[in-house]
Design a protein around this ligand. Sequence first.
Ligand code: HEC
Ligand code: HEC
Ligand code: HEC
Ligand code: HEC
Ligand code: HEC
Ligand code: HEC
Length: 420
Amino acid sequence: MKEKLVGSLKLFIFAFLVSLSTISLAQEISKDAAVIKAGEELFNGNCKACHRVKQKLVGPALAGVETRVPSIAWIKDWVRNSAKVIASGDKYANNLYNEYNKSQMTAFTSYTDDQIMSILAYVKSEADKVDAPAASQQAASGNGASESAVPTGYLDAILVGMIIILVLMLVILSLISNALKKYLNDTQLDEADRDEVNNPYTWSGFVKSPGFIFLVMFVVGAITFKTVIDGLYSIGIQQGYQPKQPIAFSHKLHAGAYEINCVYCHTGATKDKQANIPSPNICMNCHSQIKKESPEIQKIYAAIGYDAKTASYTGKQKPIEWVRIHNLPDLAYFNHSQHYNVAGIQCQTCHGPIEEMEVVKQYSLLTMGWCIDCHRKTDVNTQGNAYYDRLVQLHNAAKGSKSKMKVEDIGGLECSKCHY
Ligand code: HEC
Ligand code: HEC
Ligand code: HEC
Ligand code: HEC
Ligand code: HEC
Ligand code: HEC
């Protein structure tokens, strides 16, 4: 009896300790929504190019890393400089590195502990989510065809219905009109009224009438005029320009399906005038491992003189000749970082849904009128930008605090801002 009591006491203490340790583990990785949100942003911006939470990509799926790596401190060291952890002889790191064909992870040297912990919090929250969307997607795909057909089917049905109703109305109206005519003809009418009733408006009379001829000539004239004017205005405008590129690079695949951030490749957009076309080195972050056998990928290797068999460089280089699509004339000045970084305008506002394009095309007009139009309409993003505090004060004093400060108000329409 006494032994049993001691046994269960031991069990109780053991269970208590276990639960205590899981609590303290859980405490390390936060469940706070704000922390998770911050982590999501960091993850999407910097890790998503190579990692998914539940799926292996260039690097391992990150779900559950905190349990398989040696320690949380290890993750912090690794993220800040994985090469250093590998060089230190760490066994886990070296095994992992070899398993991933020695592809080097980017070093995030400036990351604080909090930032790394927030990424882990995000990863954990995603990993813990039950696959609800995937499951519901599967359920939907079962009858996916009918589901996507419903809205368009509805429209068609409504259209057909409307046409049937219109025809019916015409038939009924003409029946009524005939009946009325018959009735009136049967009653006693004088000559003038009889003419009136027996429809002076015949079809051929209508077509020959001066009013109708004028209308037709007017419409034809207007269409011709508009075509000529449009033609004149579009000289030098390249909207829709979509040249074939030397490598079949797809934004739909990279920016769409794999959700690689635009500025992971177009690094200039965050700090320079030019957004920049990525150098082959950026492609090599992934393609030194992915799709090595593809002839399209071998064009990248040829460009930088890389021999995939020996993983060495031959020194023979031949730059990839991407065809430039967007091009303002030399007289105009446009700066990416001002619009993307300072103003916070999304790439897609000006370039359209690039992540859906197999081959990029010019989406916007890129005329002076297009720039000016946006500068008239768009509010300046002054939030958290001390540079604008004084200007906002001046603006509010002049126009009242109700009217938002537009780009126009900070000189966005001055010739010299956009012209050298
Ligand atoms: C350029 C691609 C790339 C990027 C970007 C990248 N990683 Fe990695 N990561 C890898 C590869 C590849 C590995 C596997 C080890 C190796 O080959 O270096 C890895 C391994 C890891 C591991 C160890 C995983 C395990 O299973 O033990 C962690 C943790 C990790 N990465 C976190 C991050 C975080 C956090 C970010 C973003 C801040 C990030 N990585 C960004 C490529 C990348
Ligand atoms: C994996 C790297 C990569 C990513 C990610 C990427 N791009 Fe590109 N982008 C390229 C390459 C390479 C080219 C040149 C070849 C081409 O036009 O397809 C290019 C071309 C472009 C061009 C046309 C440049 C010109 O010649 O005028 C635009 C605009 C553009 N990208 C916008 C975007 C936007 C917006 C995103 C994010 C939704 C994005 N890109 C994501 C690699 C990338
Ligand atoms: C962050 C990783 C990453 C980067 C950076 C990257 N790619 Fe890719 N690329 C992929 C993945 C993933 C695939 C799809 C592989 C598959 O279909 O199995 C792919 C596929 C391709 C394909 C299709 C290959 C084929 O034959 O199916 C081409 C071409 C390509 N990439 C070109 C480029 C170029 C050019 C760059 C540099 C401007 C680049 N990629 C940068 C990850 C990347
Ligand atoms: C306010 C409109 C606007 C926004 C926002 C914008 N772009 Fe552009 N982009 C342009 C214009 C205009 C050009 C032509 C510039 C020139 O010829 O000097 C251009 C050119 C480019 C080019 C080719 C030439 C170059 O500058 O290197 C690339 C690549 C590009 N944009 C990518 C991006 C990406 C990626 C983003 C988001 C990070 C972005 N753009 C956001 C208007 C915009
Ligand atoms: C989608 C809207 C949009 C389009 C399109 C656009 N801009 Fe802007 N532009 C802005 C915003 C917003 C700012 C204010 C940025 C800031 O806070 O400094 C700005 C600022 C500028 C400035 C700095 C003005 C100043 O007073 O400091 C220049 C120069 C400029 N744009 C040039 C252009 C040119 C050239 C084009 C066309 C090729 C263009 N922009 C197209 C929204 C746009
Ligand atoms: C917001 C930026 C912006 C401002 C402000 C601006 N321009 Fe322009 N301008 C442009 C752009 C961009 C082009 C090139 C358009 C194109 O290629 O169709 C251009 C083209 C021109 C051209 C050449 C037209 C042609 O057909 O080649 C003239 C002339 C011109 N601008 C004069 C002016 C004058 C004068 C002002 C001041 C009243 C002014 N611009 C203000 C952006 C601007």
